[in-house]
Design a protein around this ligand. Structure first.
Ligand code: NAD
Ligand code: LMR
Length: 345
């Protein structure tokens, strides 16, 4: 049974969900939520496969014990392993979280090589062992380029099946706009995160709306230009670093929450509501074909679709086009760097 079939049936067959880096901070925040049905839906049983490096297998086994102790009705089995081919065997969803997180003062570029070497072999194992309708979400940084590397090593899996997480950036942007306008999160629509999950990303308000007293208003009519340029955009783009500074560790609960949002929406659809996800470019918006870049998307029939006609509006936000070009150029330079390291196969 395919995952999409499973998600639309009330007494579905179990879906295998693989989580890499399962003993890490995000893994710990993620696993109970998956097991409780929040990833795929309340009627879909799951089999969890947890992949860790040998040194962390025991810690992952401890989490598996906690999963057992939680007696989740939807959790059919938990397998802990350090072998990728076993972890991805029959997987319908893979959350590639395991990577080295950024420490204080580090930029994502510092991580390209170290983490790139993790994602090639995992892409190959997905190619050879996962279910035909595998859906992959890369969380481990640099997420977009790691997803590109994994996809390059999985020639039999359609490139559309490899995505990277910018949903956390999207959620941060929604939250910041809601707080500034005094609106509720549910009243915000139409924000787009463009480009890379990095400090160059462009959180774009030019097509965003806020519902005020029952009417939908353009967000840029409700906020000052200086707030957008000097607070909103840099705050969202650098929120990961701000969390590291304040928490002393990289975001974990919010990252897990965003991963749940991304996969849930991918499988179950967004019913026309726009969100942001890093998916393979078809050349839309001038983003070179094949790059894994964040776009405005909806999910329909189990597939992400790029929403057309939402070019960043220069007349509303001068410099918007340049911001998009800058983050796309960074993705191209990361792709070129990993290609020259031989990480694209
Ligand atoms: N895209 C996003 O929005 C976003 C948000 C937050 C964090 N992140 C990234 O997610 C990643 C994980 O963060 P964390 O806080 O959980 O880190 P962590 O250090 O707590 O956990 C990482 C885990 O990955 C494991 N690991 C390392 N190499 C592995 C491999 N080859 N196979 C399987 N497991 C492996 C480690 O043993 C560790 O348990 C980091 O790269 C972080 O920067 C991304
Ligand atoms: O910024 C980081 O390195 C961590 C993560 O990607 C985040 O956005 O919180």
């Amino acid at each position: 049974m395919t995952l999409t079939d499973a998600a639309t049936r009330s007494s579905a067959s179990p879906v295998t969900v693989t989580v890499t880096g399962a003993a890490g901070n995000i893994g710990y925040a993620l696993l109970c939520r998956i097991a409780s049905g929040q990833l795929l839906g309340p009627d879909v049983p799951v089999r969890l496969n947890l992949l860790e490096i040998p040194d962390a297998v025991r810690a992952a086994e401890g989490t598996a014990m906690e999963l057992a102790d939680s007696a989740f009705p939807l959790l059919d089995s938990v397998t802990v392993t350090d072998r990728a081919e076993r972890a991805f065997d029959g997987a319908g969803v893979a959350l590639l979280v395991g990577a080295r997180p950024r420490g204080k003062g580090m930029e994502r570029a510092d991580l390209l090589e170290a983490n790139g070497r993790i994602f090639g072999p995992q892409g190959r194992a997905i190619n050879d062992h996962a279910a035909d309708d595998i859906r992959v979400l890369v969380v481990g940084n640099p997420a977009n380029t790691n997803a590109l590397i994994a996809s390059a090593h999985a020639p039999d899996v359609p490139a559309e099946r490899f995505t990277a997480m910018t949903r956390l950036d999207h959620n941060r942007a929604v939250s910041q706009l809601a707080a500034h306008t005094g609106a509720a999160v549910r009243d915000i629509e139409g924000i787009t995160i463009w480009g890379n999950h990095s400090a160059t990303q462009f959180p774009d308000l030019t097509h965003a709306t806020v519902t005020v007293d029952g009417s939908s208003r353009p967000a840029l009519e409700l906020v000052e230009r200086a707030w957008v340029d000097e607070e909103f955009i840099p705050r969202v783009a650098k929120r990961g670093a701000e969390i590291i500074e304040v928490r002393g560790a990289s975001s974990a609960a919010s990252a897990a929450s965003a991963a749940i949002d991304h996969v849930y929406d991918w499988v179950n659809g967004t019913q026309g509501r726009r969100t942001s996800a890093a998916i393979v470019s078809d050349g839309s918006y001038g983003v070179p074909e094949g790059l894994i870049s964040s776009f405005p998307v909806v999910s329909e029939g189990g597939a992400w679709q790029i929403v057309p006609g939402l070019e960043p509006d220069e007349s509303l936000l001068p410099g918007a086009g340049e911001r998009l070009a800058t983050t796309v150029a960074e993705l191209e330079s990361e792709r070129d760097a990993v290609r020259s390291l031989g990480l694209l196969g």
